[in-house]
Design a protein around this ligand. Structure first.
Ligand code: CS2
Length: 482
């Protein structure tokens, strides 16, 4: 680490008032939503400064505080790197240290919007149904401890409860995670939790709050130590928490905010629409669905990143086939969108060698991701009488991955809230057929009609067996050429 560098400081410009609280301050939001919001304020003004909240660890706050919460966002394009300083965050709170401070900032009437990137598992819901998981330890805790929630859902409901008691308006909840119909799902989870607290509160939230759905898109790989050093060498200033992102970005938002209060997002390229569903389906299935497929198969085949994986002609042909033969045929394009052009541009984005997005990173939390990314397409294909063999191979690769051993017999560091349960199911079964059955039986992931589909199950067992016998690369080749 270059020791002689001075530390990045926030540029000396007036700070806007705070209007947004963001829950789950990870790299993605800092490289996406925060930049759009900063640009919207530059263009059209407004007090939309952001207070970030870390729900688990203090790391982000500790890195950003000495920089007065400014950071560098570095665009990694084929033509080189473009850094810019983002200074829209005015403070970062660490929820476990002081949950009351978080409730306080959520409760002040000037907070009009709460944005969220808490990842799929952060909603404490059941991925296959979208309903609140009432047995989740954080949910149980939050139901019992009104003054000190742990989960994002607990914070939202307890803050809304306070706002109602104070006669204030609710805020708009703007989910920026890759869940299907994310606003509607989060609304359902919040209402379910609120109903367990106080039915009147649930009714008030239902009538008064807003939960616009959004589609968010930008590839933001985790920042690596070498990125920090390279940036410091280039700028002469040390930023210990920069974010790295591709040039592309897209944000589609349902224009449904409490009292119409929001930053001027339309002025900076955000698409404000009536119904986000077709955009979400397109993105979750075309992008995230193939990302996860390439992540499991690519990882097993020994590829470190997505760009390495698609540089291998076997996987390049495979992903193109997934789009053209399996995903697009059962997808409704959003108005005016050419899905062929959309998927070609996805391929270019994956191939960008400047983006070192690890297959292992994308493979994380598969239990929370498979339903909206892959299983919906599979189910609809089966209903239409099609057998999506490439996506089935990807599911088999996920099953192999959560079994915890790679093709060389080396352990895989599986990160997933269900990792232990999945590993135990896999270990407790013998042979492809039993292992596939055991994992298909996890109802939190696989809906019963899919798990019970005989031809699907048979194809999955065949794929799983193939992965054991021939390996991921050969199987990918076979499926692509079939
Ligand atoms: C990725 C996403 O890590 C993952 O699961 O598929 O983070 C993906 O890069 C973004 O959704 C792109 O918008």
């Amino acid at each position: 680490m270059p020791a002689d560098r001075s530390r990045l400081r926030r540029p000396d410009v007036p700070r806007a008032g705070t209007g947004i609280v963001h829950l789950g301050l990870g790299a993605f939001y800092r490289a996406h939503g925060a930049i759009y919001i900063a640009e919207a304020m530059e263009k059209s003004g407004g007090d939309w400064g952001i207070v970030g909240v870390s729900l688990v660890r203090p790391d982000q706050r500790d890195l950003l505080r000495p920089q007065d919460f400014a950071y560098t966002a570095v665009e990694l394009g084929p033509g080189g790197e473009k850094p810019q300083i983002v200074s829209v965050i005015s403070n970062v709170l660490v929820a476990p240290e002081d949950p009351k401070a978080v409730l306080d900032v959520l409760s002040v009437p000037t907070t009009r919007i709460v944005t969220l990137t808490v990842t799929e598992k952060g909603y404490c819901h059941e991925p296959s149904t979208g309903r609140l998981n009432r047995d989740h330890p954080d949910i149980r805790h939050d139901l019992a401890s009104p003054g000190a929630p742990k989960s994002a859902i607990g914070f939202l409901v307890r803050a809304l409860e306070r706002r109602r008691a104070a006669g204030a308006k609710p805020f708009t909840v703007l989910c920026c995670d890759n869940l299907p119909e994310n606003g509607r799902v989060v609304r359902g989870i919040v209402l379910e939790f609120a109903g367990l607290v106080d039915q009147g509160l649930a009714e008030w939230i239902e009538a008064e709050a807003a939960f616009p759905s959004t589609m968010v898109d930008r590839i933001v790989p985790a920042t690596k130590p070498e990125d920090i050093e390279r940036l410091a060498d280039r700028t002469g200033v040390l930023d210990l928490s920069p974010v790295m992102h591709e040039p592309f970005r897209q944000w589609v938002v349902e224009d449904n905010f409490v009292d119409d209060l929001r930053p001027d997002l339309g002025a900076v390229g955000v698409e404000l629409v009536l119904d986000v569903t077709p955009y979400e389906h397109m993105k979750l299935r075309c992008l995230n669905g193939t990302h996860s497929s390439l992540a499991y198969l690519g990882y097993l085949a020994g590829h470190e990143t997505i760009s390495d994986t698609v540089a291998d002609p076997v996987f390049a042909a495979f992903v193109r086939r997934l789009w053209s033969n399996e995903i697009v045929p059962v997808l409704h394009a959003p108005p005016g969108v050419d899905l062929g052009a959309y998927t070609s541009s996805l391929f270019e984005r994956y191939a960008n060698p400047a983006i070192r997005h690890r297959t292992w990173q994308i493979a994380m939390d598969g239990s929370q991701k498979l339903p909206q990314r892959i299983l919906g397409t599979v189910m609809e294909s089966l209903t239409a009488g099609r057998m999506p063999r490439g996506l089935i191979l990807a599911i088999a690769a996920w099953m192999r991955y959560v079994g915890g051993l790679d093709e060389k017999g080396q352990p895989i560091d599986v990160r997933d809230p269900l990792a232990a349960e999945l590993r135990a199911l896999s270990d407790g079964a013998v042979g492809a057929e039993e292992k596939v059955s055991a994992l298909l039986g996890v109802g939190k992931i696989f809906p019963a009609d899919l798990a019970g589909h005989a031809a699907f199950r048979e194809a999955l067992v065949k794929s799983y067996r193939g992965l054991i016998e021939k390996g991921a690369r050969e199987m990918t080749k076979d499926v692509t050429n079939a």
